[in-house]
Design a binder for this molecule. Structure first.
Ligand code: ADP
Length: 326
């Protein structure tokens, strides 16, 4: 392993830059060369690749987004696209790649490994929806952004005796919703995982049971996945809640602001740890692996095995949220 490539792919997450920096500096420190590949797997199809020095990653550890840009690359899903990427690696002298992204990106990394370019993947997604790790880069920053915005919303919600329905990101998993819901004292948290329990009707019942003449403000957190699956968007939810409870209700969709911003300490450190380990694995001759955290240790799994794992449903957190939110 003389030269490694690094790329960011799929949805962006704060801390991706810290991971790029760690991969680059670790590889250079281990006497390997580094090439930055731009716009995810696209860079392998368009030859947008730069040689990286230690200074290529200066002053990026605190920056959100990704200096390598990120993209979805449907051309990389058929095997012909992957083989074109393999040819680029041969032409560029890239012996292995660290892929930073979500589980879609892991599949691209697996396909590249199977075609002869060793890859190690690093989980980075604000949703924390990857089963092979307890933690994904970007989750902490995104939660803190959502929490800060919700705190501001709570001030005005309280002053006007309103109910705020706040939609947070999380298409397949309600991790941001459950954590920020607890952190901001939400009255109900609607996510895919709790569909049967935390229904709209139950949320309405909780408001009716809690409201008094003096206490009339509520926060309901709803995950993106929940509104998509139930086909009741946040505005319709607000109308339904207002009609049933008599409390003026407004919807706020936090949206893409949750993806940006300067990464938290946790994300910078996690990115530095996983970047280091990913390079170490390539150096040891490992491939087709994904790194992550399990019970505070750094672990790695074969990519297909990682993709087959099932994430837990946060049942304990939901129980606590329900118990203390009235
Ligand atoms: P994320 O990595 O955040 O989950 P995507 O699911 O959009 O984001 O995947 C990012 C990219 O990974 C895709 O655009 C594609 O290039 C590659 N990819 C996704 N799924 C596959 C697959 N089944 N096989 C090969 N490559 C894939």
């Amino acid at each position: 392993m003389k030269t490694i490539g690094v790329l960011t792919s799929g949805g962006d997450a704060p801390g991706m830059n810290a991971a790029i920096r760690s991969v680059t500096r670790t590889a250079l420190a281990m006497d390997m060369s580094v090439k930055g590949i731009y716009r995810g797997f696209n860079g392998l199809l368009t030859n947008h690749i730069d040689d990286f020095s230690p200074r290529s990653v200066s002053n990026i550890i605190g920056r959100g987004g990704t200096i390598l840009y990120t993209a979805r690359c449907p051309e990389f899903i058929p095997i012909e696209g992957v083989r074109k990427g393999v040819q680029t690696c041969k032409n560029e002298g890239i012996d292995g790649i660290v892929v930073i992204g979500g589980d879609g990106s892991f599949r691209g990394a697996r396909d590249l490994s199977n075609e002869g370019v060793p890859c190690v993947a690093i989980p980075a997604t604000i949703d924390n929806d990857i089963a092979s790790t307890n933690y994904t880069i970007g989750f902490d920053t995104a939660m803190n952004t959502a929490m800060e915005l919700m705190d501001k919303l709570r001030d005005t919600t309280q002053s006007h005796d309103r109910c705020s329905i706040v939609e947070v990101m999380g298409r397949r998993a309600g991790y941001i919703a459950i954590h920020t819901g607890i952190a901001c004292g939400a009255n109900s948290i609607l996510t895919l995982e709790t569909k049967d329990d935390y229904t709209i009707d139950n949320a309405i019942k909780r408001i009716i049971n809690t409201k008094t003449n003096r206490y009339r403000h509520f926060i309901i957190v709803v995950s993106e996945g929940y509104t998509a699956e139930t086909k009741v968007d946040a505005n319709s939810l607000a109308k339904k809640i207002e009609a049933a409870t008599g409390i003026e209700s407004r919807a706020t969709i936090l949206g893409h602001v949750q993806r940006g911003g300067t990464p938290s300490v946790r994300d910078r450190v996690a990115a530095s740890q996983l970047g280091y380990r990913a390079v170490e694995l390539l150096k040891e001759g490992k491939e087709n692996r994904v790194v992550g955290f399990m019970k505070n240790s750094i672990v790695d799994y074969e990519i297909n095995a990682a993709l087959d794992m099932k994430k837990d449903n946060n049942d304990e957190l939901f129980k606590i949220a329900k118990t203390i939110s009235f």
